[in-house]
Design a protein around this ligand. Sequence first.
Ligand code: HEC
Length: 123
Amino acid sequence: MPVGSIAKGKALVTGGGSGQTLPCAICHGATLKGLGEVPGIAGRPPIYTVRQLNDIQNGNRTGSLAELMKAVVAKLTIEDMVAIAAYLDPSSRRPAAAEFAPSRKYSLGFAEAAGHSRTRGGR
Ligand code: HEC
């Protein structure tokens, strides 16, 4: 796995990078284990994840639900996909589960309840 891949994957998955994509938790759920009809993406083998992202981007995977992923993959490079897949596979990084907690940016309610001030765009 290229150096820095997991950190890059994390930035893309949790924050959408710098506009390349959208934070995955919006649709895939805070734990990335799926939400309603949206499948889980955490813990899949990287090769599977890259394949799906690539298939959606190049139109090999279609359907009304796949349409929702079009904007997500539109600007991703294959390196971005590999980085995302590496981050999503717990066996390629430690610690695993804690990393899937929603970033504070997307859990303003909880952050406030816990007494933290509202931070926007924080890292
Ligand atoms: C706007 C909603 C939305 C966002 C944001 C989103 N997804 Fe998805 N994603 C979906 C839907 C809906 C599907 C199911 C597509 C289908 O059934 O063909 C899906 C499917 C997938 C799949 C295929 C899963 C499988 O088991 O076949 C992967 C991988 C995936 N998304 C990764 C991501 C990643 C990584 C991100 C963040 C960078 C992301 N998605 C952000 C809606 C979204």
